[in-house]
Design a protein around this ligand. Sequence first.
Ligand SMILES: [Cu+2]
Length: 155
Amino acid sequence: MNKIKRLIISWIAIAFIVLLATTSSAQAANLPEAIMYRDPACTCCGSWMKHLQSQGFSVKNVPVADIFAFKHEQGVTDDLASCHTAIIDGYVVEGHVPGDDIKRLLAQKPDITGIAVPGMPVGTPGMEMGSKKDSYAVVSFDKQGQTKVFKQYSF
Ligand SMILES: [Cu+2]
């Protein structure tokens, strides 16, 4: 009886591992590459990159000498600006945006330039400081300079 029980448990375990492996690889295959442009001296950019990788994105890391000139070229105003600027599937993703919001953006494909977390709020992915968390919003923006709340995080 015990032997059968153990056998069943190991079968379930194996099935679960196979399921996990196939789902995570399928997810990674469906996600477009994130190209992250950042100032060469930025360190929290690397922490955000690790967050994206943990969400299944592959990330290309591109240091840029004049990151603010690059931001302006991408339609990121000074009000929206943060440390890094990523291009993902044609969208601009500015700052410490959570991976889940990027996935929703890619699924919904709205007619906007991109989404941003302006500044560097504490507690955003890559800006963790213990239990400290700022409330913040992920905002969408378009070429006309219109911004809208895409997702509100309140703490
Ligand atoms: Cu940062």
